[in-house]
Design a protein around this ligand. Structure first.
Ligand code: NI
Ligand code: MN
Length: 230
């Protein structure tokens, strides 16, 4: 055990509780699958994979209230700084230490823009994160299609846990996500980014079966607010 709690708040939003409280892609307000509101959470660090509203979510509101650190792609971090948020930018392949946690930014095959007052601002590339906490490596792929370097990411960083989208249309569907899991080779895969909206309706059990057909990885289908002890 690593002394970590992992909680799914719906869509792509995960909370990781260790020595510090971390949120990835905090989308609460307007998220039909979320049970909490932005005022209910008190993170020390927020990680944002890209600028789309269902990922950037309530980052500005939460970070302004709590004064927490926010880690994101350089361009997105610059936008956040302009909103008086304590943001720190990085880029694909970069590694930083944040409160003793190793953070690696990975590529994601996706786009990124920020909606602000009716304008769309350039958000840099979309990304994923590998977080190495208490000897446990957790890979949140962000929104992405399948790509061959997932095998490389698996070889280099050997993530124990992978959090990946299965909703289709904007990201991988269950079939491609299962192939991605086989390439990355984690101990546990957790599906996300499905059934939040009608356009990304999927059956996570189908994903579980497809993974079982091609590799040894265990799939855990979380319910919103389940607490997974790692
Ligand atoms: Ni997106
Ligand atoms: Mn998305």
């Amino acid at each position: 055990m690593h002394g970590i709690q992992l909680i799914w708040h719906g869509h792509a939003c995960f909370e990781i509780r260790a020595a510090y409280n971390m949120l990835i892609d905090p989308f609460f307000r307007g998220n039909p699958s979320a049970k909490l509101l932005p005022e209910d959470v008190n993170p020390d660090i927020i990680f944002v994979t890209h600028g789309h509203y269902d990922h950037l979510g309530d980052t500005v509101e939460i970070a302004q209230r709590t004064g927490c650190r926010v880690i994101a792609m350089h361009e997105l971090a610059n936008y956040l700084k302009s909103q008086n948020v304590k943001a720190e930018g990085m880029n694909i392949g970069g590694k930083v230490q944040v409160n003793g946690i190793s953070v690696i930014m990975t590529d994601a095959n996706h786009s990124s823009s920020i909606s602000d007052s009716g304008q769309r601002l350039y958000g840099g590339r979309a990304a994923g994160f590998i977080l190495q906490i208490n000897g446990c490596s957790i890979y949140h792929t962000g929104d992405t299609g399948i790509f061959g370097d997932m095998r490389l990411i698996g070889d280099i960083y050997k993530p124990e846990i992978v959090l990946l989208p299965i909703g289709g249309k904007y990201t991988m569907d269950p079939e491609d996500a299962a192939k991605a899991v086989a390439m990355i080779g984690p101990g546990i895969a957790i599906p996300m980014h499905y059934n939040t909206f009608d356009v990304i309706s999927q059956n996570p059990v189908e994903f579980m079966h497809k993974v079982k057909d091609i590799c040894e990885t265990k799939v855990l289908i979380l319910s919103v607010e389940d607490v997974l002890e790692l």
